[in-house]
Design a protein around this ligand. Structure first.
Ligand code: CNA
Length: 331
């Protein structure tokens, strides 16, 4: 191996070995890095795994993931539900699924609130999310805090005349089991979530210009890191920026042989050259709590989650009671 490496290094002026940027390659090492004041412009990259504990299935987890449970829609292949050509031909499966996953029916998780907590501490540079459930917003992140890389249900557009429709209208259509149709041109109306093959929002391309070079710590949570171009963002941070993965499985890794040679562009958690990437495997909610505890913030953080969950519970109860009263008046 050393001979091979020497050969590569001689012929390609590669690879460079880096001094470790963390005291230890563990969650504790990340906590110490933040405590030392080095991690104060934190970027979070998140995916469906941060919402599974809210009851929203992800795509790819074996057994519980959406791709394993789409048989009832008789799709030619699972991804067809998010493909424009199939949607135009048969929008029903998408809207049935949209009803199941509809934003507003779920509470943000510990992981969502961890990003809000980092924001409140002045440590969050931005959250890049692949999710379309809008739970980051419910947890209190603002437009400025967020890049919704795959769009969201927030707005919808007619595929024919491009007329915009608000969330309230789309919600009503979805819950009435209607296929939403434009009142101007009778075109199909689709929530502004990005389907396979569609371009990502302008904001994504604008923000990545500076965010990743400005970032001094990258936290990646609940994503298999297989959807491009999102997954390649992990490589945009500087070579000395630590990257923490909180996930059920290792994702975003460089090929082990390439890593051993010091080559490759993914994350390197385990090779002898590993110097900045930490994988903490388990539920990301537990990972966030463990990190908060190491930082001495656990009580304060748990208090935030409890307060926000009670507030949402109260709002839901009030809304249900109002619904029941309105129902009683109408009957
Ligand atoms: P994915 O490919 O389904 O991967 C999810 C990842 O999260 C996997 O690696 C899981 O092991 C991991 N995971 C699941 N639960 C947990 C947990 N509790 N703690 C830690 N890790 C966990 O999903 P990606 O987000 O990577 O794929 C991108 C797709 C999924 C985007 O286009 C999204 O729009 C799409 N999606 C979004 C939602 C949502 O908005 N909540 C739901 C389902 C799919």
């Amino acid at each position: 191996m050393d001979m091979l490496r020497a050969l590569f290094a001689r012929n390609m002026a590669l690879p460079r070995h880096h001094a470790p940027v963390l005291e230890e390659m563990t969650l504790n090492g990340i906590a110490k890095y933040i405590q030392s004041g080095k991690g104060k412009r934190i970027l979070c990259m998140v995916g469906a795994g941060i919402s599974t504990s809210a009851g929203i299935p992800d795509f790819r987890s074996p057994g519980s993931g959406l791709y394993h449970n789409l048989q009832k829609y008789n799709l030619p292949h699972p991804q067809a539900i998010f493909e424009m050509s199939y949607f135009k031909m048969n929008p029903q499966p998408f809207f049935t699924l949209a009803k199941e996953l509809y934003p507003g029916e779920f509470k943000p998780t510990v992981s969502h609130y961890f990003m809000r907590f980092l924001r409140d501490k002045g440590l969050l540079l931005r959250c890049y999310t692949q999710n379309i459930d809008t739970l980051e917003r419910v947890a209190g992140l603002t437009d400025d805090n967020l890049v919704e890389a795959h769009g969201s249900f927030h707005t919808s557009h007619c595929l024919g005349c491009q007329k915009a429709f608000p969330l309230t209208w789309m919600k009503e259509e979805i819950f009435k089991d209607n296929i939403p149709v434009c009142d101007e041109c009778e075109g199909l109306v689709k929530p502004d979530i990005i389907f396979f093959g569609e371009s990502l929002p302008q904001r994504f391309f604008q923000c990545i210009q500076t965010d990743f070079s400005d970032c001094d710590l990258l936290i990646i949570m609940g994503t298999s890191l297989v959807v491009q171009p999102f997954s390649s963002l992990t490589n945009r941070v500087s070579e000395t920026t630590p990257r923490l993965l909180l996930n059920m499985e290792r994702s975003g890794q460089t090929d082990p042989i390439m890593a051993a040679l010091g080559l490759g562009s993914g994350m390197d958690f385990d090779s002898e050259n590993a110097y900045r990437d930490v994988a903490w495997l388990g539920k990301c909610d537990d990972g966030c709590l463990a990190l908060a505890e190491l930082l001495g913030w656990k009580e304060e953080f748990e208090a935030l989650v409890t307060a926000e969950h009670s507030r949402i519970d109260e709002e839901l109860t009030t809304a249900k009671l109002q619904g029941a009263t309105i129902g009683a008046h109408h009957s």
